[in-house]
Write a protein that binds this ligand. Structure first.
Ligand SMILES: Nc1ncnc2c1ncn2[C@@H]1O[C@H](COP(=O)(O)OP(=O)(O)OP(=O)(O)O)[C@@H](O)[C@H]1O
Ligand SMILES: NC(=O)c1ccc[n+]([C@@H]2O[C@H](COP(=O)(O)O)[C@@H](O)[C@H]2O)c1
Length: 182
């Protein structure tokens, strides 16, 4: 049986890895959807699809299943997103997600969805990993070694810190202003 698991994987961390470990007991092939594939170089999505494919491929190579990493770009229309995913991915029988919107869209499209427990979510969260990267605190212990190697290879910490920094020109309250005052 072939499964499908999508995430932004910004970066791929030990929570994702535990989830793949569990999924590997249920399927013999797994498609790893690299979500929001067009996004990169921003505080929430610092890494490119290609960089995330490197992280995922290297990290899952020890598991005893066949995996395929497939980049999936976002669409403005949720109602056709599952068809978009299916058009890009090898066919799959079951989708894995803990994301309520993803679960809803797959369920409405008639695709079986399995959820998993959240593993050590207090720290195993992409947001927490990126925050630690920005603050030069220990992030390596939250990701597989292969992912840490990729982040170092691409100078990922320097990039994230730079795209997160402001140039000091913003004023307090700027974000609250109506962009189209009439
Ligand atoms: N610690 C975890 N245990 C189990 N599943 C997780 C864990 N962290 C994320 N997931 C699940 O993996 C999928 C992909 O998650 P995603 O790539 O958005 O990671 P995230 O940690 O939620 O990232 P971010 O904080 O950047 O939004 C989602 O279904 C999410 O619920
Ligand atoms: N309309 C859309 O493009 C659409 C809908 C649902 C999920 N997604 C994507 O699927 C991925 C879901 O992963 P997360 O569980 O990590 O949020 C994200 O990249 C998200 O942007 C996209």
């Amino acid at each position: 049986m072939r499964g499908f698991y999508i995430g932004r994987f910004q970066p791929y961390h030990n929570g994702h890895h535990r989830m793949v470990e569990e999924i590997a007991t249920e399927v013999d092939e797994l498609v790893l959807g690299i979500g929001s594939a067009g996004d990169s170089h921003s505080p929430r999505n610092p890494f490119t699809a290609g960089e995330r494919i490197m992280m995922v491929n290297k990290a899952v190579s020890d598991f005893d299943i066949t995996t395929y990493a497939v980049p999936i770009e976002d669409l403005d229309r949720n109602s056709v997103w599952v068809s978009h995913v299916q058009s890009m991915s090898p066919a799959f029988e079951v989708a894995y997600s803990n994301n309520p919107l993803v679960i809803q869209l797959f369920t409405e499209a008639g695709v079986e969805v399995h959820q998993s427990p959240m593993f050590n979510r207090e720290v195993l969260e992409g947001t927490e990993v990126r925050q630690r990267m920005i603050e030069d605190r220990d992030w390596e212990s939250l990701v597989p070694d292969e992912v840490a190697d990729v982040v170092r290879e691409i100078d990922g910490i320097e990039r994230l810190q730079r795209v997160t920094a402001t140039d000091g020109s913003e004023r307090v309250g700027d974000d609250d202003r109506d962009p189209n005052p009439c």
